[in-house]
Write a protein that binds this ligand. Structure first.
Ligand SMILES: Nc1ncnc2c1ncn2[C@@H]1O[C@H](COP(=O)(O)OP(=O)(O)OP(=O)(O)O)[C@@H](O)[C@H]1O
Ligand SMILES: [Mg+2]
Length: 375
């Protein structure tokens, strides 16, 4: 799929900007703080329903304004679709071809993107919640049902935790607590099973992309650290029913502990994704360059995975990542990818495109929230 047109209104430092994109390569150049990343953020928001930089939608609305609007025309399976997101205060309205969508889950995933940004290094260096968020976003783009179960799980978890906090300060009612165990276990089991299928395939693809990038010098493997005792999701197959029952039993056994601690001590919200290079955990072992390569391998694997699931390649967003690669590698990456996917990349430095590609690319200059160029 590719983006034909993007219109930003009162979004970040853009008052009203139309961008007509090239189906292959689009390069946004400009000095620091001019609005390059803001464009990628807008595209990402239209795809995923949230920003990759902030959890506060208010940050996205132009200062002094009360609403922002993002509009995109995409071509998918050779058909055009118009997606519009309007942010007003804390409410957002989503439209597909002019029709208001009552659920964001129906909107997310129409446009599919893979973003590679400098802060991605936190996928390896950061805490477990960064990696869970990665899984949730990737799975959510291709599986609305995953988002549904995850949402129901999160809501039940919140209610259960609120109750546990009350218990910590007053009398306990374990029977009432049990009311939440069943829905938590059912949605949790769905989340686990979908995560395991996704990670099994992801694991194969990542091993392959990592081998390509590192000239097979090291071997990368993934594992899923599941908080449910005795469960190894990537190596033993299981059913939703079995998982749900095991989860419910484990929850019951933890009633006492959960009441004391005031929160739910196990479930998909406590798990982690682990990376190993030649069997060693990368957090304590991998060099800076190896960590970068892991993240790049993950992002490239995502492209293939989304293609397998959706039948089309997603749009690739590269935020200022080329500067870390030497000239040859920059050109290799861009050449290899722009043949199959549409790329929007930002750079503060001018990049030298191969001659054969200048016909296949559009260059834009970004200056104080105004974009000029061939578009
Ligand atoms: N809500 C907002 N209203 C108006 N301007 C905003 C808003 N949010 C951010 N900005 C402006 O957007 C600019 C940052 O844009 P962006 O992050 O896209 O820069 P960039 O071109 O990617 O820079 P760099 O090369 O440093 O990464 C800031 O200068 C900031 O003032
Ligand atoms: Mg930037």
């Amino acid at each position: 799929m590719h983006i034909e047109k993007l219109i930003l209104q009162q979004f970040r430092n853009y008052k009203n900007q139309l961008l007509t994109l090239h189906p292959h390569l689009n390069v946004l150049t400009g000095d620091n703080a001019q609005g390059k990343t803001n464009v990628l953020e807008a595209v990402y928001y239209l795809a995923v329903g949230k920003s990759h930089r902030t959890n506060h939608d208010m940050d996205l609305i132009q200062q002094g304004q009360t609403m922002a609007q993002l509009q995109v025309v995409i071509s998918r399976e050779e058909r055009e679709q118009e997606l519009v997101l309007q942010l007003r205060g804390h409410t957002k309205t989503a439209r597909i071809n002019g029709i208001v969508q009552s659920k964001m889950t129906d909107f997310i995933g129409r446009l599919q993107v893979v973003l590679f940004a400098p802060e991605d290094l936190s996928l390896v260096k950061g805490g477990p919640s960064v990696r869970r968020r990665f899984i949730d976003i990737e799975l959510g783009q291709s599986q609305p049902a995953y988002l549904y179960h995850l949402g129901q799980y999160a809501r039940t978890l919140q209610q259960r935790n609120a109750l546990l906090k009350q218990f910590a300060h007053g009398t306990r009612d374990e029977e009432y607590l049990s009311v939440f165990d069943q829905p938590l276990a059912e949605h949790g089991a769905q989340v686990w099973l979908r995560r395991s299928r996704f990670l099994l395939r992801m694991s194969e693809l990542v091993q392959h992309t990592y081998a390509t990038l590192s000239s097979s010098r090291e071997h990368l493997t993934l594992d899923y650290d599941c908080s449910l005792p005795g469960v190894d999701l990537l190596h033993n197959s299981t059913s939703v029913t079995a998982l749900s029952e095991a989860f419910q039993n484990a929850l019951r056994q933890k009633h006492e502990l959960d009441c004391r601690q005031g929160h739910t001590s196990l479930g998909p919200h406590r798990d982690d994704l682990l990376f190993f290079l030649d069997g060693q955990n990368v957090q304590s072992y991998a060099s800076q360059g190896q960590q970068r390569t892991i993240v790049l391998a993950l992002r490239l694997a995502e492209i293939d995975l989304l293609r397998e699931e959706a039948g089309e390649y997603p749009v690739l967003l590269l935020d200022d990542v080329l500067s870390e690669l030497d000239n040859q590698r920059q050109q290799n990456l861009v050449l290899a990818m722009s043949e199959k996917v549409q790329i929007i990349l930002t750079t503060a430095n001018f990049i030298q495109l191969p001659k054969t590609m200048t016909q296949q690319a559009r260059l834009f200059q970004v200056c104080s929230g105004i974009i000029s160029g061939e578009g």
